[in-house]
Design a protein around this ligand. Structure first.
Ligand SMILES: [Fe+2]
Ligand SMILES: [Fe+2]
Length: 197
């Protein structure tokens, strides 16, 4: 597989990942794979609101893709003789959960949830991009490249879907707020090579 040389993936995040992260992450590939496996597993089980037909239709293929990713991460672990191991505390997602508004209508709550998912997808895609570009293992680099493309697509799916439930300008304004909050979270989060985020 030939990978594109140019950086054509702009994910719109406010704060790029600390460049130290990828250097320590690539030295902790077992931890990264384990943490990553749980990210995929959580991604596969979030955000289905059964009464919203359009959402179910749009997100069912996303859920299937996340399960596919989970399986592939497990394969990568096993190839290297690593075990899945216990799930780790996800400080990034916990911090995002705190900035998500809890009250309001069903639609408002849904939009908050969809935007939170969009943020996680965008940040994950950004991190996969770093792994793709920096990891010496070519086979893993291809894997991370494919994941970057897939999660960048999911980020757009979630953002688009949010606009089904509230007016576009309301969603855009909230998205900009959340991007700033996400950047603030990133700024305060410890840079550690055993976490995807
Ligand atoms: Fe995924
Ligand atoms: Fe995803």
């Amino acid at each position: 597989m030939t990978l594109p040389a140019k950086d054509k993936f702009t994910l719109g995040l406010e704060l790029p990942t600390d460049p130290r992260w990828v250097n320590i992450a690539e030295k902790n590939i077992e931890d990264i794979l384990v943490d990553h496996a749980y990210c995929e597993q959580k991604a596969a089980s979030s955000c289905i609101y059964p009464e919203k037909e359009k959402l179910v239709n749009l997100l069912t293929p996303v859920v299937a893709e996340e399960w596919g990713h989970f399986e592939r991460v497990i394969e990568e672990l096993q190839k290297r003789g690593f075990k899945l191991g216990k799930q780790r505390k996800d400080a990034y997602v916990e911090a995002l959960n705190k900035v998500i508004r809890k009250g309001g209508s069903r639609e408002q709550q849904l939009v908050e949830k969809l935007l939170m998912n969009a943020l996680i997808e965008a940040r994950s895609a950004e991190r996969f991009k770093l792994l793709w570009k920096n990891i010496p293992d070519q086979q893993l680099a291809v894997f991370y490249y494919e994941l970057m493309v897939s999660e960048a697509g999911h980020y757009k799916n979630f953002l688009q879907l949010a606009k089904e439930y509230l007016p576009e300008e309301v969603v855009e304004a909230r998205w900009r707020e959340l991007l700033e909050q996400e950047a603030e979270i990133m700024r305060n989060l410890e840079v550690r090579g055993d976490r995807m985020h």
